[in-house]
Write a protein that binds this ligand. Structure first.
Ligand code: MG
Length: 157
């Protein structure tokens, strides 16, 4: 049995917060607002994985109203989702993602992000890919008011 999953997320970019993408902190003068660490890419991946397995969504598992998830690392959330998937017999075949971010340039960080995600999910580097697009200067992505991410995944069982 194979299942595809799709995830999307968007966070405001604000001063005084770190920019964390795929578990990697990228130097920038703004970061994602959020109840957790605001890692937009991992949130999209979590929703893709949960959706493919028809298990629910990130808001059900980790609601912002629950203070256990305040400022939590989204890598920790991803590990919990990984355990749920693997406990149900799912294998992750691949994950592919697109980030929409005007600045800073993502390419220098791409391999570190792929590595971090692959390690967290216990899959190989060639099963994870991440690419970035700008917002062409158009609001809200292009004016660096927000960052968004999409993720797709394939699960098998
Ligand atoms: Mg989010």
């Amino acid at each position: 049995m194979i299942r595809t999953g799709l995830g999307w997320d968007l966070h405001r970019l604000v001063e005084g917060r770190p920019l964390i993408i795929g578990g990697v902190t990228i130097p920038f003068d703004k970061g994602e607002a959020g109840h957790s660490d605001g890692d937009v890419l991992l949130h999209a991946i979590i929703d893709a994985l949960l959706g493919a397995a028809a298990m629910g969504d990130i808001g059900e598992f980790f609601p912002p109203s629950d203070n256990r998830w305040k400022d939590v690392s989204s890598i920790d959330l991803l590990l919990q989702v990984r355990e749920k998937l693997y406990a149900s017999g799912w294998t992750i075949e691949n994950i592919d993602c697109v980030i929409a971010l005007e600045t800073p340039k993502f390419l220098p960080w791409r391999e570190a992000v792929r590595q971090k995600i692959a390690e967290a999910l216990q899959i190989s580097l060639d099963q994870v890919f991440v690419k970035a697009k700008t917002g062409e200067g158009l609001a809200p992505i292009g004016t660096s008011e927000a960052v968004s991410a999409q993720a797709s995944c394939l699960l098998s069982r």
